[in-house]
Design a protein around this ligand. Sequence first.
Ligand code: ATP
Ligand code: MG
Length: 574
Amino acid sequence: MKWTQTLIPTLREAPADAEIISHKLLLRAGLIRKLAGGVYTFLPLGLRALRKVEQIVREEMDRAGAVEVLMPALQPTEIWEQSGRAETASNVLFKVKDSSGRQWFLSPTAEEVITTLAANEINSYRQLPKNFYQISLKFRDEIRPRFGLMRAKEFIMKDAYSFDTTDEGAMASYKKMYDAYTRIFARCGLKAFPVEADTGVIGGNYSHEFMVPAETGENDVAFCEACGYAANIEKATSGIPKTAAREVGAATEKFATPGVVTIEALSKEPYKVPANRQIKTLVYIADSKPVIILIRGDDQLNETKFAAKTGAVAVRPATPEEILPLLGAKPGSLGAVVSVPADVKVYADERLQGANDMTTGANEDGFHLKNVSIERDIKVTAWFDLRTVSAGEPCVKCGKALKIRRAIEVGHVFKLGTKYSEALNATFLDVDGSRKPPVMGCYGIGITRTLQAIIEQGNDKDGVIWPLSVAPYQVCITPLAVTPESQAMQLAEKFYAELTARGVDVILDDRDERPGVKFKDADLVGFPIRIALGEKSLAKGEVEIKPRNAALQAVKIEDAVGAVVKLLEASPAN
Ligand code: ATP
Ligand code: MG
């Protein structure tokens, strides 16, 4: 490809709304352009890199035995009603109406569609196992699209769906995808690692996310360097001890705490009740019903864990107006040592199990209760692990200190079980003659997000540093004179032809620009290798080969193509 023939609109400065480095570089290197918030056009170079990521994914899916299909983006609402997700995923669904007034959803994912297909087409154990995948546009009405392709309203996802006759079969399918993902991210030159994950509205009972460590990531991951335990903070647990039991005091005792409405205030003079001897009482609305949550004063509630443990879909903190009729008090003085209506559940964090000599709100402004023994004084409906893990806590597996780091989720694998097959009446005739729902798994990779994560991980002050496997072009030939009769241009054309014939992706910078401009642009776009043909070195019978990430080397003209090929072969992600 000739530079002047394609479109590479590089920018000196990134637009002000690009906050993170990869977003800035996508724009500055002329890879994408914004049409609207969360909606982007891929320019020629961005598209080339994107297609390479897609191709790696496709090859590894095929290798793992999955078969490619293409499902519609327009999905009838009925199948979403059937699965229950018309309601539970409502906030991310793009809803469109056709001219007859019929409503459709734009595909944010395709469990309902593929299960409908399976219901119609798969009838016998003889057809199983099967794993279908597609690479297609997905639509999600993200409230806060941001960071370019990272969180977009429209993005490209590879989604795969496996169908097995048994649970063990489903586990084997899951493992195949897990292994394929490991290979995919390695081939993309990405350091991605799997972590235990929450299953969210997708449902199911077993799941891993593939995470790329990055300060700009939107996830926190707890991990143990000693044993390898790693989990999204939405799922992570630790081996932190329960609250130490003390001598059981007499009955609870009310004491005056004028003006005290926070854990911190109560921990100070004159009360000096340490946060770890306080019970924090929270009121939430879970699927429209009020629930009371008890957590230790020095702990934080993890809403995702709470939803997962209780099976709630929509959870939010109750408003003061919703709390008042329930506990007769305002936030700041809440406590659960009170009789609540029988249908109001009280969930407590496991760390409080057996705790006594605790202090909590008295449901009366300016008063607290001490000598609270949680199991004696509070009617707890169920105990769950509801707290957010912090760095330094002992690993749940080996006891060594956990660390926490930020990361970008690039892929997600789920074991779904029979949730969708049952809901959408997909069954097969088993070997024993009985009809059963197939056991499913689903597996997503954000292709566009992965592309940006590659840039977030590979860059320097001059621009992008692509792994060879996904670089839009592997080699940029930069003649410093571009008239057709110049030696530089003639050699450039020759190198171009020879490298192309060897299957190398080459771009020839035929712009009549100053060398500085050409070099800067090549570094900004990040081509793994640049060959410069300048008057001075040509006079010495040499050209300059500059790997993007290593020192420049002068090479004899006749050795240039061989030297480039050698460099390409030695590159790690090729
Ligand atoms: P997130 O937690 O980041 O919102 P998710 O868990 O909802 O993502 P999944 O349903 O697991 O996403 O989708 C599979 C993959 O699709 C994700 O791992 C991610 O790489 C990608 N993805 C999801 N939402 C977006 C988005 N809004 N923009 C770009 N990629 C996305
Ligand atoms: Mg996910």
